[in-house]
Design a protein. Structure first.
Length: 58
């Protein structure tokens, strides 16, 4: 049994993909573009423009 997550999480992710009550959302830091104003890859989403967020409660 591995204690490492299956997916590499980015700093902006709140949960792993597939986690109940979580879903994909637009990254606030880059507004979904994957790049910052200076053209560098967004560190919050890893350049994807998307992060995993908690969307449901329990």
């Amino acid at each position: 049994m591995s204690i490492q997550p299956e997916h590499d999480l980015n700093p902006g992710d709140e949960a792993e993909p597939g986690t109940p009550g979580a879903g994909e959302d637009i990254c606030d830091a880059c507004a979904g573009s994957g790049a910052l104003a200076d053209g560098k890859s967004c560190p919050m989403c890893g350049g994807s423009g998307r992060v995993m967020r908690g969307i449901g409660g329990g």
